[in-house]
Design a protein around this ligand. Sequence first.
Ligand SMILES: Nc1ncnc2c1ncn2[C@@H]1O[C@@H]2COP(=O)(O)O[C@H]2[C@H]1O
Length: 245
Amino acid sequence: MNINVLGASGGLAGLSGSTCLQISETILIDAGTGISQLNLAQMQQVRHIFLSHSHSDHICCLPMLLANLFNALDPSQSVTLYGSKDTFAALKAHVFNWVIWPDMTVMPSAEKPLVRLQEIAAGESVTIEGIEIKTFATYHTVPTLGYAVRKAGQLTAFVADTGYAESVVSALNALGPLDAIILECSFPNELEAIALQSCHLTPHLCEKLLGGLTEQPKRIWINHLKPDLAERIQPQLAPDWQLLL
Ligand SMILES: Nc1ncnc2c1ncn2[C@@H]1O[C@@H]2COP(=O)(O)O[C@H]2[C@H]1O
């Protein structure tokens, strides 16, 4: 895969950290604990961070990553966060509120801040360094964006956190044929009730979602297993699905 998976766990004690995908030296999707696989110099290369949603396992390392950039960047440089209006509202209210962390969108000055927020809505796309990143809405307990990454001629859909919904199937079909899909599977089949409540997938629900696709992705990568349930989920995954660890 031409995406470097730094973290793919749905929690803290997985084999890898929580969600963080490195799309290029300067571009990340999400900022979970997986980011700690990067060394300081690699972190200081980051200029673009696409956020799927506001949940802690996807944003918990964002404040400390930004702190590593604060003294490294000169005033003409900044880091752009891309995400939905809802994700930014949650970050402003609950993270960058001067209690949990300083508001780096106004530091060192409001005119030339370290962090710039670029709202992005489902269906919109951004192209950076020739890499096209297109958003789509998933179905989760908070508004969540998936990201379809077109890099070096390959289209990979990172579905982010989602439950089963026809709207997600339609959004994926609208992207066109996928070279790869990165699909979450947080709970085992026997915990479908919790999966439905918390808007996540089980192996059965992954099958249902994949079954709705007009064309099967060439590669199916499964991620976001809850660490305490991983051993129960793994035997339930189809043999041709690959596990991202
Ligand atoms: N009823 C519920 N609604 C939302 N989250 C729940 C619920 N029950 C358990 N959870 C857990 O809380 C977690 C919050 O982050 P996640 O969405 O990754 O996964 C969620 C579930 O593991």
